[in-house]
Design a binder for this molecule. Structure first.
Ligand SMILES: Nc1ncnc2c1ncn2[C@@H]1O[C@H](COP(=O)(O)OP(=O)(O)OP(=O)(O)O)[C@@H](O)[C@H]1O
Length: 488
């Protein structure tokens, strides 16, 4: 649809855009990214024909843009510039109707039903219909922005050029406008070239991205090829980290403050544990980074309160979400800051120990209800109702773990737990083989994320060695306590 070939140009003889070559296929969205002053708007001005290039070519459907006259070009291409306050003399309806200008031979005289429909549809899809008779100057910045987008859509062209379309918009309207543009792309084959300052939005909505640095193309490709941590950090001169979007294969970035946020000094301390009849509780003076398979706030997050709650055998597990929220509120724990595990084991059977070696310190808590051991390699033979039995394991680590280290810590802790099951000769009652777990075990690894970085946590590392030993010893101790209180 659009081809840009060795394009250069700027103002008063000064080159701003330098030798750019790229193309956009019909029905795709290209996002233009780059720091302030890198030449994004200048590039867009050249594509829209407002600024003449000094070198190179711009082709729309294989014809140079200067082979189209102004009206032909306007039918091919609609442009949404950055907000221009001087054009605010119209009503919303009049402003959107201006989008139909290129399709008129003598304005108003040839105003057709189709023109009227397109204007109404554009106002509806941008959510501005109910302001149709209001003057633009009485609308907020975000509302005006939506009117100009409606105007560009009413133009019903094949190529839409947008300069920061979501500027001034709140997140609901950002989503509304970008979803709507995406729909026009999918349903009608609209092609879009848009400048974005928000890298995450660009990643979410664009098929391809063009990253500009000092007027030159630094990267051109799919979001995962452009939004790379080191590349973005280098071009924008800002420390950033990329992370996966929870639902889509579109990388996202987050800023890292240059000065570490004033974090309260946090260490793992055995005295932070409290045991009541209702629960084992650990409260950290500042949030810990956690990965867990808990029943409340599972997954990865930052939390400062941890509960291993003893529940009665008749506990209604199907109502666990609501019941846990009620329990937390009733007991004045913050539902968003607390991780909760459940156990049928009495809290007095919890084993807790603190370990340290050289610079590494960890605390481990285990409750081990091993009445229904399962040999995981033979679990496929089970067809009966699942028997609840749970080993809950918490590992608190003084240190800064990488993602790899968190995962390795989980592996190391699980292997140590399995070894403890074997050591205590816990059997799977169905197969009479050594049990490796129970059917509903939970594991939590939490780290202060302060101090020295621990890149790995397998048994080759100091922290891995400590986790292996600690989880084994504390699980053995918890199994013994459980056996002492229960007739197996
Ligand atoms: N009309 C103009 N005359 C002279 N120089 C200009 C003009 N418009 C922009 N420039 C200069 O060209 C360079 C690129 O500006 P441009 O507006 O293309 O950057 P941008 O990447 O869109 O920036 P921003 O993210 O701040 O909008 C800047 O140094 C700017 O000062």
């Amino acid at each position: 649809m659009l081809k840009v070939n060795e394009l250069s140009g700027g103002y008063d003889g000064k080159q701003i855009v330098k030798n750019m070559t790229f193309h956009v296929e019909k029905g795709k969205i290209l996002g233009i990214l780059g720091p302030n002053g890198s030449g994004k708007s200048t590039l867009l001005k050249m594509i829209s024909g407002v600024l003449k290039p000094t070198r190179g070519e711009i082709m729309i459907e294989d014809h140079p843009i200067n082979s189209y006259d102004i009206k032909q070009l306007a039918k091919k291409m609609a442009v949404l510039p950055q907000l221009n306050a001087s054009v605010f003399t119209n009503s919303v309806y009049d402003a959107v109707s201006l989008g139909r200008y290129p399709h008129q031979s003598g304005f108003f005289s040839t105003w057709s039903k189709e023109d009227e429909n397109l204007v109404n549809r554009a106002m509806e899809s941008t959510g501005v219909s109910h302001y149709r008779n209001r003057h633009l100057e009485f609308l907020s910045g975000g509302e005006q922005q939506r009117v100009f987008i409606a105007q560009a859509l009413a133009q019903d062209s094949e190529l839409l050029l947008l300069d920061e379309p979501t500027n001034h918009l709140d997140i609901a309207h950002q989503k509304q406008i970008l979803d709507m543009i995406r729909m026009q792309v999918e349903l009608n084959g609209l092609t879009v070239v848009s400048i974005f300052h928000d890298i995450n939005l660009a990643s979410l909505y664009c098929d391809e991205l063009l990253l500009i640095e000092n007027g030159e193309i630094r990267a051109f490709g799919e979001p995962h090829e452009v939004i790379m941590q080191d590349q973005i950090a280098d071009v924008y001169q800002a420390r950033v980290v990329t992370y996966p979007h929870p639902e889509l294969p579109k990388p996202q970035i987050t800023m890292m403050p240059t000065n570490e946020l004033e974090q309260k000094q946090s260490t793992i301390n055995k005295n932070n544990f409290k045991i009541t009849d209702e629960y084992v509780k650990y409260i950290s003076p500042s949030p810990l980074k956690v990965i867990s398979s808990a029943v409340h706030n599972a997954g990865i997050g930052w939390y400062d309160t941890f509960l291993n709650r003893a529940i009665a055998p008749e506990y209604d597990i199907y109502n666990v979400k609501e019941e846990t929220e009620q329990f937390l509120q009733h007991n004045h724990f913050s539902p968003t800051n607390t991780v909760v595990m459940l156990t049928a084991v009495k809290t007095k059977c919890a084993a807790i120990q603190h370990f340290s070696k050289d610079n590494v310190e960890i605390s481990v808590m285990v409750t081990a209800g091993v009445g229904n051991g399962v040999d995981v390699t033979k679990a496929y033979l089970r067809e009966d109702e699942p028997h609840i039995g749970t080993i809950n394991t918490w590992v608190f680590i003084n240190g800064k773990l990488t993602d790899e280290a968190f995962i390795q810590a989980m592996i190391t802790a699980t292997e140590a737990k399995t070894k403890a099951m074997a050591d205590q000769q816990i059997k799977d009652p169905l197969t009479n083989t050594t049990a490796t777990s129970t059917a509903t075990d939970s594991l939590l690894i939490a780290a202060t994320q302060q101090g020295e970085e621990m890149p790995y946590a397998g048994p080759i590392t100091e922290v891995g060695k400590l986790i292996g030993r600690a989880v084994f010893e504390v699980t053995v101790s918890a199994i013994k306590k459980y056996k002492d209180h229960t007739i197996l």
